[in-house]
Design a binder for this molecule. Structure first.
Ligand code: CMP
Length: 936
């Protein structure tokens, strides 16, 4: 009433239980109109400062209301919230009562806007006042408003459009053209103050008849009094100015409400000029805007709280807000975003041919939109849409989509946008909504990498326990006022997601306890839900398949309980495997035991048997205990390499024994005595390989069994191990033992080649062995064992071998040429272009050059942030997944090779399974120099 006064409206939000300030009211604002409906107060009003208020009791307020309904309505809806969050107390509080689910379905969209109809339920106070005074003046002059007969029917007090225009022109010198005057009348018609007598025409400067609504209704006084006329005259100037201002917009709206085919060239030009100022269209070319001018439709909604469309609905139109604002409401989340004048919405569903991602609720009375219907959108806009779409929730970006470039489009043409960044939750939501419907029927979906990228990389940004929480939430999006189809669609998507998860990721899902529990519960629920929703039948079969896979995995695990031994040097050997397929190498599991040695500075050792996933700390403590190291010193676990280098294990490192370098040993030592750690003598010797003359084996047979062996090692590596390895195993608490063993194999082959050459004392023997390795490399390439191929070529390129000029000189030129060709293939320049081109032409099965995949992962990881502005950088995830997909591609067909005619099968098999190798470069160089001393 006076002074500075601030009233805060606070609402108890159901979840979480914190008050939400909806708006701040100040001097001149009103509140508390819910007493009209005898409802309990749905908001709390809190004074911020000392306030003086005027209060009207309920009884009196109701009386005043009934008498001045229209006026009061206008008052309330024009009472704007000061903080810009909404137009009226009524509208806003209505929305906030149900924060988690959108209001029930109520169709709003007038499909065909009619320019002859008013766009508001009731005229605004200003326009009704202006209408009243113009009518008063017209009646007092007794000129054009007359009773006329129209099609045999008497129409009271009407006038032709032309005469109304003449009258206005005469009335004020400020009105210059007939078109301007016609626009002013249209402003009145638009709010229902005047109307065409048969409600068929907007205002036209023609002989169509128009009359005031008051005369149509018969509520106005017969003739105005002198006082009425005097008051109207006083008001005239202001009324004219208001109408002059409002006229052009009213004409524009009238044009935009005409059906496309009725718009003439002038109309199109007028609309086009308007479109030049609309923010949502700023990125479009002028020619696109001209095309839009022909098809854009104007749509007005008088009442706040109505639903424009529902989440899950089919997308039919794209919208731009011309006036007012809307709330974006998502099931289970409530209002996540508010869109204002100039914003657009509703194109996601059109672009991705997906259901609506949110419900759109009108926040204000008299919201105006421009609408482009799907057919026109696809024809004009689908290909020229903005490159980036940003979705916000609570004022923050939650999803950034980018248009798929034309090059990518051929492969993934079904979807227009790809996810660039997002919150984990929103990305999952988008994935479920756009990529999982009718998975079986959409062959295109198979080509879209988003689902696969997400499944391959979610462990980086959304640990499994959070993923299953979200899946669980999405499966249970039921609420009483929800559409059955929507509920079923949500359930189906979750089941299909889980199915794809199992197919793509396989055993890590079954190894995660929380995931197993979730899948088991889900299976039971789907079965139950099938009774209520027959549509879930197909999903029931899917979840049965998942359960069968789970049970099979669990049984397999029980049957194939394993124990491994890490020989002092050499790779882990399976000591016991319950399975019958003796020859098939088993995967190393986190719970498998491994037997290995831990040494002390004096080279005494203890032998431990621990699960693979034991931490370095556990190993350290147990070893220290066994070796009787005094606990007074701070201890550490170290990989002592054959060249004397010492590399620490962090306390939380896991799969330590498999992570050792080729000839490395695990040592435990007090931290301040590390200098005392020296390699064992045996570390400089070849690893425990079989001391056979490889000349005795057929090269083809060697290559064949090496490929079969390497293939099995490669088969055991899970794509996730690349992630664990790149981001650090300890972040995930997961082992990388299978990857470690495969990488070790690469080094083993490489140093085996160097060792074998250098252990051949006679020149002729060395030449023969060089030839053998070049031939072996050629066979490995033929068998597409690129890991072994690269390892052999790199071994031969090792300086200790490459410097043996006498040996190389004696090599037949055919072999030298072949080797030069091989070297070109492993040339690292231009990011291993030669290798990539060559492998790009191969069909699976392929054993890939694993160090390059690890390098790609590391480069991607180090060169790109995982989070950008609080969002997951999904582009990085996509790049990581591309590398992981290479592994999937290489294994997408089983290895079936024609075995060479057996000569010494058994011996070759055991020979290639453990290759002897020296990995100390200094030792190797010394050996080389002894063989062929440097020429002085
Ligand atoms: P569409 O899915 O077609 O329909 C709902 C629209 O709401 C959606 O397109 C987006 O244009 C818009 N929208 C704005 N913010 C969000 C959000 N955070 N999540 C989903 N949709 C949003």
């Amino acid at each position: 009433m006076s002074g500075i006064l601030d009233v805060r409206i606070v609402q108890q939000d159901s979840e979480p239980k914190i008050p939400v300030t909806l708006c701040t009211l100040s001097v001149g604002n009103t509140f508390g109109e819910s007493i009209l409906q005898d409802l309990p107060r749905d908001t709390t009003v809190v004074t911020q400062t000392t306030c003086e208020l005027l209060r009207v009791e309920q009884q009196d307020f109701k009386l005043i209301w009934e008498k001045n309904k229209d006026l009061m309505n206008e008052l309330i809806s024009s009472c704007k919230f000061k903080n810009g969050f909404g137009p009226s107390v009524t509208a806003s509080t209505k929305m906030q009562q149900q924060p988690i689910s959108p209001p029930p379905r109520r169709s709003l969209s007038p499909d065909q806007p009619n320019p002859a109809e008013p766009i508001t339920d009731t005229p605004s106070i200003t326009i009704s006042k202006i209408g009243k005074s113009l009518r008063t003046l017209l009646l007092s002059e007794n000129t054009c408003l007359k009773d006329r007969k129209v099609s045999g029917r008497l129409v009271r007090r009407c006038a032709p459009g032309t005469e109304l225009v003449d009258w206005l022109l005469e009335l004020s010198p400020g009105i210059h053209t007939r078109a301007q005057a016609a626009g002013m009348w249209q402003a009145l018609l638009e709010e229902g103050v005047i109307a065409h007598v048969s409600r068929e025409q907007p205002f036209k400067d023609k002989c169509f008849l128009y009359r005031f609504w008051a005369d149509e209704e018969g509520t106005a006084p017969a003739l105005p009094t002198h006082e009425d006329v005097a008051a109207a005259e006083v008001q005239l100037q202001e009324s004219i100015v208001t109408l002059i201002n409002r006229g052009p917009d009213a004409v524009l709206r009238m044009i935009m409400r005409k059906p496309s085919h009725e718009r003439n060239q002038d109309d199109l030009e007028t609309i086009y000029e308007e479109l030049l100022h609309i923010r949502a269209l700023a990125h479009l070319t002028n020619s696109v805007k001209r095309e839009l001018a022909a098809v854009l439709l104007f749509e007005a909604h008088p009442k706040a709280g109505g639903v424009l469309f529902h989440q899950g609905d089919e997308g039919r139109s794209w919208y731009i807000i011309l006036r007012g604002s809307v709330d974006v409401v998502i099931h289970g989340k409530g209002t996540v975003n508010t869109l204002q004048e100039g914003d657009d919405f509703g194109k996601l569903a059109l672009i991705n041919d997906a259901p609506r991602a949110a419900t759109i609720v009108l926040r204000e009375n008299n919201c105006h939109f421009l609408r482009v219907d799907k057919e026109n959108f696809n024809r004009i806009l689908r290909d020229v849409e903005a490159n980036t779409v940003r979705l916000k929730e609570h004022g923050k970006d939650v999803l950034v989509l980018e248009k798929i470039s034309p090059q990518q489009k051929t492969a993934f043409s079904y979807f227009k946008y790809t996810v660039m960044a997002g919150t984990p939750q929103k990305m999952l939501e988008h994935l479920l909504e756009t990529r999982l419907d009718n998975l079986a029927g959409q062959s295109n979906t198979a080509q879209d990498p988003f689902l696969e990228d997400f499944l391959l990389t979610h462990i980086v940004f959304m640990p499994t326990h959070l993923l299953i929480d979200e899946l669980d939430r999405n499966y249970h999006l039921e609420s009483p006022n929800q559409d059955r189809d929507f509920v079923v669609a949500c359930k189906k998507r979750v089941v299909q997601f889980v199915y794809r998860w199992i197919v793509i990721i396989r055993h890590p899902v079954f190894e995660d306890e929380s995931a197993v529990e979730f899948i088991e519960d889900l299976a039971a629920e789907v079965e139950q839900d099938c009774i209520q929703y027959a549509e879930l039948q197909e999903d029931c079969s899917m979840i049965h398949y998942v359960m069968t896979q789970l049970r099979r995995y669990q049984e397999d695990l029980k049957m194939h309980e394993q124990k491994w031994k890490l020989p002092p040097c050499g790779q882990p050997i399976s000591l016991f495997s319950g399975g019958d397929e003796e020859n098939i190498r088993q995967m190393i599991h986190p719970q498998d035991d491994i037997i290995f040695r831990v040494y002390c500075a004096d080279h005494t050792f203890c032998t431990l048997r621990l699960p693979i996933d034991s931490t370095a700390e556990t190993i350290k403590l147990i070893a220290a205990d066994k070796l009787k190291l005094r606990a007074t010193h701070e201890l550490c676990l170290v990989d002592v390499r054959s060249n004397g280098e010492r590399v620490f294990f962090k306390d939380n490192d896991i799969s330590v024994p498999t992570a050792l370098t080729l000839n490395g040993r695990i040592f435990v030592s007090p931290k301040d005595h590390l200098d005392a750690l020296t390699p064992l003598a045996e570390q400089e010797e070849p690893t425990q390989g079989i001391d056979s003359d490889i000349e005795l084996f057929s090269t083809k047979e060697l290559a064949y069994y090496m490929t079969v062996f390497d293939w099995e090692l490669f088969w055991c590596v899970h794509e996730y191990e690349l992630i664990y390895n790149t981001f650090g195993r300890h972040h995930f608490g997961q082992i990388t033992a299978n990857l470690d063993v495969f990488v070790r194999r690469f080094n083993e082959i490489q140093y085996w080649v160097v060792t074998e050459v250098l252990m051949s004392i006679s020149l002729s023997k060395r030449v023969a062995i060089l030839r053998k390795f070049i031939k072996l490399a050629a066979y490995c390439r033929e068998y597409q064992n690129l890991n072994a191929f690269c390892a052999i070529v790199m071994g031969l390129s090792n300086v200790a071998v490459s410097r043996l000029s006498m040996t190389w000189d004696k090599l037949p030129s055919k072999f030298r040429k072949l080797f030069t060709e091989f070297e070109a293939l492993i040339d690292p320049s231009r990011n291993h272009r030669a290798y990539r081109l060559s492998v790009g032409k191969m069909q699976p099965p392929v054993v890939p050059f694993i160090p390059l995949l690890l390098k790609d992962m590391t480069f991607t990881h180090e060169g790109n942030k995982t989070c950008l502005d609080g969002l997951v950088n999904f582009e990085k995830m996509h790049m990581l997944a591309q590398t992981m997909r290479t592994i999937r591609f290489c294994r997408s067909r089983h290895l079936v090779l024609e075995p060479p005619s057996p000569k010494s099968e058994g011996e070759v098999k055991s020979y290639i399974s453990c290759l002897r190798a020296i990995d100390n470069q200094k030792v190797l160089t010394n050996m080389s120099q002894k063989l062929e001393p440097r020429r002085s």
